[in-house]
Write a protein that binds this ligand. Structure first.
Ligand SMILES: Nc1ncnc2c1ncn2[C@@H]1O[C@H](COP(=O)(O)OP(=O)(O)OP(=O)(O)O)[C@@H](O)[C@H]1O
Ligand SMILES: [Mg+2]
Length: 637
């Protein structure tokens, strides 16, 4: 994770007091800016004609600027020197025309570059969103949401600004400098050489500052990501923070991170201002020198006064191209590290994907078999054994198997393997005899529906939330699924199926959300239904109703149901007991109750917890309503 620390990276330049972020996942070592920026080319290609047009327009505009002093030279050495006022008017008209033309060109430049670069930004944003959707859950386990948000939003804006201004002005200013120096050399080669010699120290300075600045640019963008994560977590967890009175504690942490970001930004400004100071000072020295020599040459009559004025006019026209180097360098480095951060996500491999030539079951029936299934999370330390260590379990078509195990034994993990949210790290899972990795991923996920322990709902209508399980379903399908899930509360909502539920469905109760998630799982009539403790938040009465309705659905569907309670277990044809990463026993509920002391103890302890909870609620005069995962005490084998 990317919590900020106050440690200083060894060798971090310039700002020893600046707190830095731990490297974000995938953070690469220092890469020259140009190499990072080159990767933008495929995305920028459609905008290239417009960008080239924009750069050429701006270059011509700058050339107009350089032509001004040459016309003034003609005015001084012509009409003024010869006191011929009639020759002045055409030259004055030329100056006016040049000015109007230059202004028009700048307007055209802006019009040319704005729209195509916004299109590049939009395409890149769509690509990263699409990639984030395809990346496996294991990727999302590792990456904080704020880091992903900042890459998809602010980093892409930085890249767009670079394409619209940075890259254009890099070209324009460099060309202007080269053309300007050539004009200066033709006006006076001795004086011109002094200005041309400026290029050498400038190049050396820029390469020196590039590395320094890029470290800070990267750090600042990572810190923006940390900050976004912090905001996201505190907004989502606002109830907990308020309930525990920890808002101030989180505010302090937020402030510390915001301060760290400010320090980095100040560090960036310091680097740029130092560079800027030198960049401004160098031309001043060169100009002073050329002025001294130039006046001497005019005094010697080896240079005309008009030529000297023209020389300084052109030289002053080169001020902006030189001064802007610091700004452009900063912009390029910001864009380079934004590009790096973007591609760190884009380069993350989609490890869970459809095979090239997917197999198809001739008659899908829904037989699920686990053979020697092993699994460990990627971040598990090497001295810890696999979480699942050789699961053997066969579920016949139409059969319902309950999965029972201690908390933390890996039940949720096992259910996540069936639709390939994670891929097994050993052994295999087959659906109708075909390894699930050989099936088309979309097909597999259409056949295997899941309802998770923590139901996630989206800010959308009830209908949209349920139809996530079957995009082409009708209102009848939604109503039938809601009936199975006993979600009749929907009828009492102000707009029925069209009622929008708040962010993550916060405006619904836990039990209501669970029932919607269950409806979403059953709406598609899947061949295989995976339910991770789907009824834990329901009261006894509603649970019994859902169970009755589920029985009719489960009759034709293969189901794997994680259960903590005897009542849920009773839905199942067989029960599998998960102990130490293996299926320790399989049998009916009563068989396991009599033959497996471990199973008996497990259910008994859960029933005790539930009974205690129920006693407490009764004593408090509250209706029997379960929280957490207690077991229904009334149901005995
Ligand atoms: N994304 C993850 N990365 C690393 N470890 C994880 C991850 N998810 C779960 N674990 C670990 O794997 C173990 C099994 O977790 P799992 O959620 O499968 O347990 P469970 O049997 O469903 O528990 P419960 O009954 O409490 O729901 C736990 O020790 C947990 O800390
Ligand atoms: Mg679980």
């Amino acid at each position: 994770m990317t919590t900020s620390t106050t440690a200083t990276k060894p060798g971090a330049p310039d700002a020893p007091d600046v707190p830095i972020s731990d490297p974000t996942p995938g953070a690469a070592a220092h890469v020259p800016a140009i190499r990072s920026l080159r990767r933008l080319l495929p995305y920028a290609r459609p905008a290239l004609p417009a960008l080239i047009g924009s750069a050429l327009t701006a270059t011509v505009a700058m050339m107009c600027g350089l032509a001004f002093p040459l016309v003034i030279q003609m005015v001084i050495d012509g009409p003024i020197a010869q006191r011929d006022m009639s020759a002045l008017w055409p030259l004055a008209g030329l100056l006016l025309a040049l000015g109007v033309f230059e202004a028009g060109l700048f307007w055209v430049r802006r019009m040319l570059s704005a729209r195509p670069t916004m299109a590049v930004e939009a395409t890149m944003r769509a690509s990263i969103y699409d990639h984030l959707q395809r990346l496996p859950v294991s990727f999302h386990d590792r990456w904080p949401a704020g880091q992903l948000m900042s890459r998809a939003v602010s980093d892409l804006a930085t890249i767009r600004r670079f394409l619209a201004f940075g890259v254009v002005f890099l070209f324009v200013n460099l060309t202007t400098f080269v053309v300007g120096v050539i004009i200066l050399l033709t006006l006076s080669w001795q004086l011109g050489l002094i200005i041309a010699a400026l290029a050498l120290p400038l190049i050396a300075l820029c390469s020196l500052y590039e590395t320094r600045y890029q470290v800070l640019a990267r750090r600042s963008q990572d810190q923006v990501g940390d900050l976004a994560t912090r905001v996201e977590e505190s907004v989502l967890g606002i109830r907990i923070l308020k309930a525990f009175g920890r808002s101030r504690y989180f505010s302090r942490q937020f402030l510390a991170e915001a301060t760290a970001l400010r320090e980095t930004e100040i560090g960036k400004a310091k680097v740029v201002s130092k560079l800027w100071a030198v960049i401004i000072a160098l031309p001043e020295i060169a100009f002073g020198l050329t002025l001294f020599l130039g006046i001497k040459q005019v005094a010697d009559s080896s240079l005309s006064a008009g030529t000297l004025v023209a020389f300084f006019g052109v030289a002053l026209g080169l001020r902006w191209p030189i001064d802007s180097i610091g700004w452009l360098l900063a912009m390029s480095n910001d864009a380079a590290s934004a590009t790096q951060r973007y591609f760190e996500v884009m380069d993350s491999p989609v490890t869970v994907s459809s095979p090239e030539h997917p197999q198809r079951a001739s008659v899908p029936r829904g037989r699920v078999e686990f053979s020697g299934v092993r699994f460990r999370f990627a971040d598990t330390s090497p001295d810890v054994d696999d979480l699942l260590r050789g699961i053997e379990l066969s579920i016949a078509p139409g059969e319902t198997v309950a999965l029972v195990g201690a908390t933390g034994s890996g039940k949720t993990t096992l259910t996540s393997l069936v639709n390939r949210l994670y891929d097994v790290t050993g052994g295999s899972i087959t659906l109708d005899g075909i390894d699930i990795r050989d099936l088309d991923l979309a097909d597999l996920r259409a056949q295997v529906a899941v309802a998770f322990e923590e139901p996630t709902l989206f800010s959308a209508s009830i209908r949209e939330n349920v139809l996530l399980g079957r995009p082409t379903g009708s209102d009848e399908d939604v109503l039938a699924a809601l009936a199975v899930a006993q979600a009749d509360f929907v009828q009492d909502l102000p707009w029925g199926l069209d009622t929008r539920i708040g962010e993550q469905g916060l405006s619904l109760s836990g039990g209501q959300r669970q029932r919607l998630a269950l409806a979403r799982a059953v709406v598609g009539n899947p061949a295989v239904l995976v339910l991770d403790d789907p009824l834990s938040a329901l009261d006894i009465h509603t649970e019994a109703q859902v169970e009755r309705a589920l029985r009719s659905v489960l009759a034709g569907t293969t189901a794997l149901v994680v259960a903590h309670r005897a009542s849920t277990v009773q839905l199942a044809d067989r029960v599998a007991l998960l102990v130490d990463g293996r299926i320790a026993a399989v049998g009916t509920h009563s068989e396991l109750m009599s033959a497996e002391p471990g199973y008996r103890d497990l259910l008994a302890s859960q029933e005790d917890t539930a009974a205690a909870g129920l006693r407490r609620t009764r004593e408090a005069g509250l209706p029997a309503h379960r929280s957490g995962n207690p077991t229904q005490p009334e149901v005995t084998p």
